[in-house]
Design a protein around this ligand. Structure first.
Ligand code: SF4
Length: 168
């Protein structure tokens, strides 16, 4: 049996992005699939936000980070994304790693733009789903698609996945 790792669905070519598109990372997916079983997961689709859907961004708001509409500031999907994450707890528990799409308000790993309540940029953070995963599974190896374009970084991530899988 091979380790199972999660991967953002749009990286597998699934048309689940807010604009109905994808970000197929064919070479990366093929490389990972040589060692691992890939488990597709799109937090925004799982949260029932629809495809296409209004784009959201991360906003620091009342001492917390919210996912709010880019053009409709009254849209707040924070609770929907949080509920999706809780619903996926068992799935995540069965994974040995996760590859996320960079800069997404759900999937980015330390690369997601964050603004304050007046729209002024703050330091980048992680997407809300990734924040939840890190809190619940702090040792789970995580990486972004763009970092894994580098062969050395990809080999390092794959080694970390195997170590996690073996309980090392
Ligand atoms: S980045 Fe994440 S939330 Fe956005 S489309 Fe891809 S899988 Fe879905």
């Amino acid at each position: 049996m091979r380790p199972r790792i999660g991967i953002s669905s749009c990286l597998l070519g699934e048309a689940v992005r807010y604009d109905g598109g994808h970000r197929h990372a064919a070479a990366l997916a093929a490389a990972l699939a040589q060692d691992f079983e890939l488990v597709s997961l799109c937090p925004e689709r799982e949260a029932g936000l629809g495809v296409p859907r209004p784009p959201v961004r991360l906003v620091q708001w009342d001492d917390a980070i919210h996912a709010r509409g880019v053009s409709d500031p009254h849209l707040d999907v924070t609770d929907a994304l949080r509920a999706c994450a809780e619903a996926k707890r068992e799935t995540i528990a069965g994974l040995a790693g996760f590859v996320f799409k960079a800069r997404s308000p759900s999937c980015g790993v330390d690369s997601t733009p964050l603004v304050d309540a007046r729209g002024r940029p703050l330091a980048p953070t992680s997407g809300l789903f990734v924040q939840w995963v890190r809190t619940r599974f702090p040792a789970l190896p995580l990486a972004e698609d763009e970092a894994l374009a580098d062969a050395t970084a990809r080999a390092d991530f794959m080694a970390r996945v195997w170590a996690y899988y073996r309980g090392e």
